[in-house]
Design a protein around this ligand. Structure first.
Ligand code: PMP
Length: 283
């Protein structure tokens, strides 16, 4: 595997991070997971904007410019002979003293690697289960894609232990937030509804794209607080993420989604899967 690491293309074995890097010591890091279609990352600018906004929020030194990161991704894809792939860009705060003082750190360490996509979704979609972990509304960790993913990992682990593919996390006010690695939408009474950005969600790039596509197709979209009971009555539920795109949800907490036999794969889900596919093929 060829990796971009701090400005150079190296083998995975050569990409070595010191144990006094604050990403390793304190989880002080950021990342983006992007999807490449035909050798190009979809919504590259949006991903890098989110990353740079998070780095600014944390008071990091400037990250490399867009063109350098874009070239790094292209080289990594080419050198690993991948065109449709998952692309991971990880930034670690860098080497510093062993104390949690980021002021002691030098430049962030930056790694880009690409890997094959996960297997396609089962046609009926995923089962989702509500987990005990809540998205903490007062924590910055829910708004930025920090390398501290313990909440998400534990939520996913809990979902898997309950036989589901994804977790549904509520927030500390008891409203619906998001999946452990995805945003959530539901369709009800002819509208598309998704938790707003104050609900303790990562502002997903796929979420924004789906909202734009839905609005352009004349669908009414509501971004607002969502009560968990509303999901039980929803006609359709789906999840979104850059890698998995649009994921139909067939079961929520052991109950089939929607009243029809389509098990969640209803009009809105099918339509938006199609529109998203068309867009990724075009851009
Ligand atoms: N929420 C969380 C917690 C995630 O990890 C992800 C995956 N990055 C998403 C939402 C979806 O974000 P995106 O559409 O930008 O991939």
């Amino acid at each position: 595997m060829i990796i971009y690491f701090n400005g150079r293309l190296v083998s995975a074995a050569e990409a070595v991070l010191t144990p006094v890097d604050h990403g390793f010591l304190y989880g002080h890091g950021l990342f983006e997971t992007m999807r490449a279609y035909h050798g190009r990352v979809f919504k590259f600018k949006e991903h890098i904007n989110r990353l740079k906004a998070a780095a600014d929020f944390l008071g990091w030194p400037k990250l490399p410019p867009y063109a350098e990161l874009s070239d790094a991704i292209t080289s990594v894809l080419n050198d690993n002979q991948l065109t449709n792939a998952s692309v991971r860009l990880t930034c670690s705060r860098g080497q510093g003293t062993p104390r949690p003082d980021p002021g002691s750190c030098g430049q962030p360490a930056i790694a880009v690697f690409a890997s094959p996509l996960p297997p396609p979704l089962p046609p009926a979609g995923w089962s989702v289960t509500t987990v005990a972990f809540r998205r903490n509304l007062s924590s910055p960790l829910v708004k930025i894609k920090s390398a501290n993913y313990l909440d998400n990992i534990l939520a996913k682990q809990e979902a898997k232990a309950k036989g589901a593919e994804e977790a549904l996390m509520l927030n500390t006010d008891g409203f619906v937030a998001e999946g452990s690695m995805s945003n959530l939408f539901m369709a009800s009474e002819g509208r598309l509804i998704t938790p707003d950005i104050y609900s303790g969600i990562l502002p997903g790039i796929t979420r924004s794209t789906i909202i734009e596509l839905a609005k352009a197709a004349g669908i009414i979209v509501e971004e607002r607080q969502v009560r968990p009971e509303e999901l039980a009555d929803a006609d359709e539920i789906f999840l979104t993420s850059s890698i998995m795109e649009v994921i139909p949800v067939k079961m929520l907490d052991g109950c089939p989604v929607g009243k029809s036999q389509t098990a969640g794969r209803g009009y809105f889900t099918v339509k938006l899967i199609q529109l998203y596919r068309e867009l990724t093929a075009k851009e």
